[in-house]
Design a protein. Structure first.
Length: 364
């Protein structure tokens, strides 16, 4: 049944809101509504209930998420991409690795050429182990200790004129006089310096190393950069300058036959061989250090500083000598015992090698 036009207009404009509370939609649908235009009633007609928003719009139903089986682990991005298999790695399908770039270790003070010096040290030690070390061991075992010690005393006595001149430059006439007396005693009573008679009673004149490099250090000249050079070994800029001048002055101070090259060259070889033989035990200890180059450098610089401090009357304790008369001439028996112990250590497998070595199966 169609409604009158007035009722249609009323439905479009909406009824007036009464002051009383609006009944629920279910109650309004059960009661008839009186439609009026103005004051005259036009009759009553049942009004269909107005559907609410929840009744007009059907609910949206989402598909339920799949429930993983019991005991399974939810998928994650890491789990979704398993690590490459060994076969994939062999085929070159391994993902790119992260490259971490670290800054190089800064050079310590006094050693700006550390990288070059360390490489020079490795190269020199490789040659030393292959050539000089076997010769030094044969020298220690082949010659009696008095002979080896006498040769070292002889070369130390030859350097006394340079020590004398250095004390004069340092304005120490008393030490210079003691050095001159020591040189005269050992040259005559000590059979050209083969026996160090001056250091014993009643003279009590010990050997004191000195030279132009020590003189420069005495007057405040710094050592300069540390260097490790082939043939020369550890040195500094100050030391290499001072030692070079000392070697030039020595032949002129002593005279013939030490000015002839055919005499100087063999004597230099014997002198260096004796020093290397005396240094054999110490260099083997240095090579066992975690950083052998740094250990050798620190020992050398500490000894050089102690020698210059001694010129000022300051004694440095716990100085480990790496050159000069401070190195003790090894005994023949000690050298043989240490050589056999080193061979035993080289032939005995380490604990790691023993652990990784497969057990020997008994023969059937």
């Amino acid at each position: 049944m169609s409604l009158p036009a007035a009722a249609v207009a009323l439905l479009m404009t909406g009824p007036s809101v009464p002051d009383a509370p609006v009944p629920l939609a279910a109650q309004a649908a059960a009661e008839p509504a009186a439609v009026q235009v103005g004051a005259a009633p036009v009759g009553t007609a049942p009004v269909e209930p107005v559907a609410t928003a929840s009744q007009q719009t059907p609910p949206i139903t989402l598909p339920a998420a799949p429930v993983p089986p019991a005991g399974s682990v939810p998928a994650t991005p890491e789990a979704a991409s398993p690590p490459p298999s060994p076969a994939a790695r062999e085929n070159g399908d391994e993902p790119e690795s992260v490259i971490v770039v670290t800054a190089p270790e800064p050079a310590p003070p006094g050693d700006p050429l550390q990288r070059i010096n360390a490489e020079s040290f490795k190269a020199v030690q490789a040659v030393d182990q292959a050539v000089l070390e076997p010769v030094a061991k044969a020298y220690n075992k082949g010659l009696p200790r008095p002979v080896r010690k006498g040769l070292r005393n002889f070369f130390s006595n030859l350097s006394e004129p340079v020590v004398f001149a250095a004390y004069l430059l340092q304005l120490k006439p008393g030490k210079a006089a003691e050095t001159a007396g020591r040189f005269a005693i050992n040259t005559t009573l000590g059979i050209a310096g083969l026996v160090d008679v001056a250091k014993k009673k009643p003279f009590n004149l010990p050997y004191r190393p000195n030279g132009l490099a020590n003189t420069l250090g005495y007057y405040g000249v710094g050592p300069g950069p540390f260097m490790y050079l082939p043939i020369v070994g550890p040195t500094t800029l100050r030391d290499i300058i001072g030692d070079s001048v000392d070697r030039l002055l020595l032949p002129a101070a002593i005279g013939k036959p030490f000015t002839n090259p055919e005499v100087v060259l063999p004597m230099t070889i014997v002198d260096q061989l004796g020093e290397r033989a005396a240094f054999d035990e110490r260099i083997n200890e240095i090579r066992k250090e975690d950083k052998p180059y740094a250990a050798y450098r620190d020992l050398y610089l500490k000894q050089r500083k102690a020698e210059i401090e001694a010129l000022h009357g300051r004694i440095t304790p716990d100085v480990v000598p790496v050159y000069g008369p401070g190195l003790k001439t090894p005994r023949k028996k000690d050298a043989e015992a240490k050589d056999s112990a080193a061979q035993t250590d080289a032939q005995t497998p380490s604990a790691t090698e023993q652990a990784t070595e497969p057990p020997v199966q008994p023969a059937p």
